[in-house]
Design a protein around this ligand. Sequence first.
Ligand code: ZN
Length: 418
Amino acid sequence: MHIHLARWIVTPGRPPLENGGVVTFGGKIVAVDRAAVLRSHYHGTVTDHGEAVICPALVNAHCHLELSPLDYGLKPTVNSPGSFVRWVNRLIALRQEIREDQWSSAIEDAVFQLIDNGVGVLGDVGNTERVPLFVERTESLWPFLGIFFQEIIAPSEKNSTQLPPQFYDSYPEPQRLSVNAAPAFTRALSAHAPYTVAPSHIIALNRWNLDRGLPFSIHLAESRDETEFLENGSGPLRELMEEKGHWPPDWSIPGKSPVKYLEMLGCLHSHSLCVHCVHVNSEDIELIALRNANVCLCPRSNRFIGVGKAPVAAMHRAGINLALGTDSLASNRRLSIFSEMAELARIAPEMPPDAILNAATIGGARALGVESQTGSLEPGKNALFLAVQGKCRSEQEVLEFLVNQAHRGSVNTELLEG
Ligand SMILES: [Zn+2]
């Protein structure tokens, strides 16, 4: 048995606990209580983290590790029409310049960056086998619990070279990618976006994941370019697709917002993970809330690409489960959920700090379907938590500290598994 003590214990759904601790055994949490109570009831090795905050490991619900070699290759863009398509064009061009030997080391650096920033749970998206191969190679050292989403891009219903009609039968059963006993990293499929995947394929991908108890992830309502394309079939996205020869002749324009389109396809539900949701109106928000769908916010990526700010406070008020994601190093300088929390506080000052912390922990765990294992400090859950060094004097101060201060480089974050 191991007893971790600290000045503060912070977990979703409870007020911060001063002078508390967490008892672990066999990789699971056994108890969370005041230090004095734990010392009298439990016996084992004691680690006193002193002036620190113990909180659950952070959940990065949306990342693309395979884009890590593009770090610093792309520059932030000011918010303007067409900024998203300009970013996509630069991404496509840069991706072709990466040498084969650069991928693996960049992915490894990015993994260490996530760990250094307190991430213990990951939802990663990729079009290639680079990340799954990396996970296999690192075997028991792979540190994250979570999901690798193999992302499908298939604009045409008829294009059988990209996606045969029976594609969902041909994929292997979801497997644990990590052989480590504690963290489990599973594999799922995801649809890239409503404008790059034909409706029948979106429906099939959604079904494939639901049949296996996995969340269905899709980039949704990220840019004005996307909403214009889905509503009117026009704009920079259409031009891009025509230019690349991806404009599917069999595609009919939905004439709907991205959220309403997903609803029409029957793919908006409690296992949907809608990534971004920057351009959603009040009707869209009501619909997401009604269907209990999850939204993963990527505020720093949105700022980088210049697509605008998600109506975070309205989504929070509607009771939507919010998660946080960094997106990739192609649209972010840092893979840090602490930084995403600080950005969320900046763009949505009405959001209470505990709601922001929820998005970074239990909200993300719920969105990835792993809330029974992680996301909060509760007996029976995995012993996967952080000790963040910092001096706080009150309950309010400790939450403010985690949300607004802990992203600064000087704060020492230790990822504990015990
Ligand atoms: Zn993304």
